[in-house]
Design a protein around this ligand. Sequence first.
Ligand code: ZN
Ligand code: ZN
Length: 81
Amino acid sequence: MNAMNDIMVITPAHLVCHEHSCAVEGDKYTMVRCRRCGEWFCPDHMDLDGEGVTMIRLLSDPKRKTYYQGMCLACATRQHG
Ligand SMILES: [Zn+2]
Ligand SMILES: [Zn+2]
């Protein structure tokens, strides 16, 4: 059990995009978690053209819960310099 698998426990049902100019709200099924900073963003603020978004399936979870993981625009910009 690593930190990644614990996310379903620590993630609130109600999420707001971490981009401070953005007020999009959603839940863990509609929002995407940044693999780098660990914050949640709406799809508009994810780097969909780069690595894209991956569906993470929690195999250790009996209900096979899923969430989406990618890289936010801020982190993608930082990574490319
Ligand atoms: Zn990020
Ligand atoms: Zn957003």
